[in-house]
Design a binder for this molecule. Structure first.
Ligand code: NAP
Length: 483
């Protein structure tokens, strides 16, 4: 059985980041197990038309890997995936990634003080450190709709776009209207015969102000990377100093963000009735704030309609709404997001005394700093519980977590110790503080969103990125049992 110092699960932005940091620290004894045939995580899986990042690339990229070749301010999926490939190649990571290896479970062996890891493909391996880097948005959520088996048309989820289906001239229904939907609806609206968007709740939407970079800007960025750093800093500031305060309930920031969103809406939608349908009744930031200027114009097209009636069931030829109308569709596209809870499912993870992580997290996932959870020694999480953001780039968080893990691995080795386990009291105190801060934030003002597991906010961080990076900069070893 092959043994590694570190086994990382997932070759998306976080897993790659940790691989790079380990190599930079001179640690080569690690493997990244990736269930798919390619790296990239969400940027490999989401290939729907118009897929792009809703954080500008200058910020949504590694701080240590400047790219002066971004084509657009907000890059498309293909270019982001290329950036991930190029970066993995540049830092010599490809040899560390094993593709088509899906981790089914991991169990901590208390006697040998190591993790025993198994893959769906039947592989068994052991590791001193077990690191999950599986992202939060990778299991498409497809809501149950009655009689789906009776529908004779085609159905697929936006995150598993079926490129073999030609939408030209088709009657198409889209269920959902959030971050993914507003990106592909404008793209397909021009091609389809009829498009019906089923909206359950509208979204706050800021203008995107995207444009291609001019060749001279790329040259300038290449010659003076400092300029791009300044630009990166300005985008970061906007998130931290305007959007985050709005999410925290600062009245002025909330008013300002709302005003810009409403300005975006009023600019395109003149009909007060439609405007009313597109105006959220929940506070700004409670769900992800979207960036888009093409969605509203798409809704104004002759062949596009916005449907507020909820879906009752599938029929043979389409969907029936709860008010009894039967609508015919050739294709139904679910843009219904991702199943984010339970965290780390379906991996079966067993810690000390045979305790299952799924049991420990029965009432919602929790972790100290989003990285460690008591009873699971030497298990570290990247993009773990309460580390998602509504206002900035997740890559900042991933870098902080990767640095933390490298520190942990290095220090244990230096001190000839084998295990670290966060103290239960420390994790509990941290989570009490976190949840009390989250209770005052906009995320808490809606009953349901992918940020929550029941009533508990399990996905989002409560502060700014600067605070998070600071708290992870040096491990407070007094919070851990080591042996
Ligand atoms: P989402 O934000 O979870 O939105 C799902 C949509 O489907 C919502 O409109 C939701 O309505 C609707 N919906 C869910 N279940 C439904 C049901 N049973 N019946 C009717 N409607 C239903 O999913 P997403 O748009 O895929 O985005 C998920 C996250 O991925 C985003 O928040 C963002 O963080 C990330 N993302 C990022 C980018 C990017 O550019 N970086 C692009 C796409 C996605 P309600 O609002 O009423 O629940």
């Amino acid at each position: 059985m092959k043994h590694y110092q570190i086994v990382i699960v997932g070759a998306g932005f976080s897993g790659l980041c940790l691989g790079i940091k380990l190599k930079q620290a001179g640690i080569e004894d690690f493997v990244i197990l990736e269930k798919a045939a390619d790296l990239g995580g969400t940027w490999r899986d989401n290939t729907y038309p118009g897929a792009e990042c809703d954080i500008p690339s200058a910020l949504y990229s590694y701080s240590f890997e400047h790219n002066d070749q971004w084509e657009y301010k907000w890059s498309g999926q293909k270019q982001i995936l290329k950036y991930q490939h190029d970066t993995a190649e540049k830092y010599g990571l490809m040899g560390h990634i094993q593709f088509a290896e899906e981790v089914s479970g991991a169990e901590f062996d208390e006697r040998d003080k190591l993790w025993r890891i198994a893959t769906v493909q039947g592989r068994q391996l052991t590791a001193q450190h077990f690191v999950t880097a599986v992202g939060q948005l990778h299991h498409p959520a497809t809501p149950h709709i009655d009689d789906a088996q009776n529908y004779a048309g085609v159905c697929f989820h936006s995150a598993r776009w079926d490129h073999t289906v030609n939408l030209d001239g088709k009657r198409v229904a889209v269920i959902g209207n959030a971050a993914s939907a507003v990106q592909f609806i404008p793209e397909i609206a021009e091609r389809v015969k009829q498009l019906t968007v089923f909206q359950r709740s509208p979204n706050w939407m800021l203008p995107k102000l995207d444009r291609p970079y001019a060749a001279w800007e790329q040259r300038l960025s290449s010659k003076f990377p400092l300029l791009t750093r300044i630009y990166r800093f300005s985008i970061w500031m906007l998130g931290e100093w305007v959007v985050l305060p709005a999410i925290r309930g600062n009245r002025f920031a909330r008013w300002a963000v709302k005003k810009v969103c409403l300005g975006n809406l009023h600019k395109y939608v003149k009909d007060p009735e439609l405007r009313n349908k597109l105006t959220p009744d929940y506070p700004v930031g409670a769900k992800r704030i979207l960036f888009c200027e093409t969605y509203y114009p798409a809704l104004l097209r002759e062949n596009v309609s916005l449907e507020l009636a909820q879906i009752d069931r599938f029929t043979e030829h389409g969907l029936r709404t709860v008010d009894g109308r039967e609508l015919s569709f050739d294709v139904v596209i679910y843009a219904t997001g991702f199943k984010t809870n339970p965290f780390l499912a379906p991996m079966k993870i067993t810690g000390t005394e045979g305790r299952l992580l799924s049991d420990i997290w029965r009432d919602g996932a929790h972790a100290y700093l989003g990285v460690s959870t008591h009873g699971f020694p030497n298990m570290h999480m990247l993009y773990g519980p309460n580390t998602n953001l509504g206002h900035s780039s997740i890559i900042i968080m991933a870098e902080a977590q990767a640095n933390y893990v490298v520190q942990a691995v290095t220090r244990l080795k230096q001190e000839h110790k084998r295990v670290m386990d966060v103290k239960q009291s420390v994790e509990q105190a941290y989570n009490t503080e976190l949840q009390s801060r989250l209770a005052d934030m906009a995320f808490n003002l809606v009953d349901e969103s992918w940020y929550k597991d029941g009533n508990k906010i399990t996905n989002n961080w409560a502060g700014g990125t600067r605070e998070y990076v600071r708290r992870l900069k040096h491990i407070d070893w007094s919070g851990y049992h080591t042996a």
